[in-house]
Design a protein around this ligand. Sequence first.
Ligand SMILES: [Zn+2]
Length: 73
Amino acid sequence: MKKIFATVVTIFFLTAAFASVLASSYVGNAKTKKFHYADCSMVGKMNPANKVYMNTRDEAINAGYVPCKRCNP
Ligand SMILES: [Zn+2]
């Protein structure tokens, strides 16, 4: 019984961790006011200080960000 509980807890935490990674799927640049898919090559070149993590496209648009021309989010 204890083993089943431990397994359930482990699965729960793995799912939660995975969901939080998926949650911020967009990254905005506070300096250029452009936003990208989190896996866009521009994100890697971005200054970490300018990175703004966003969960949805609407969130980025509402915050005044414009989509990147390279990754077209
Ligand atoms: Zn991009």
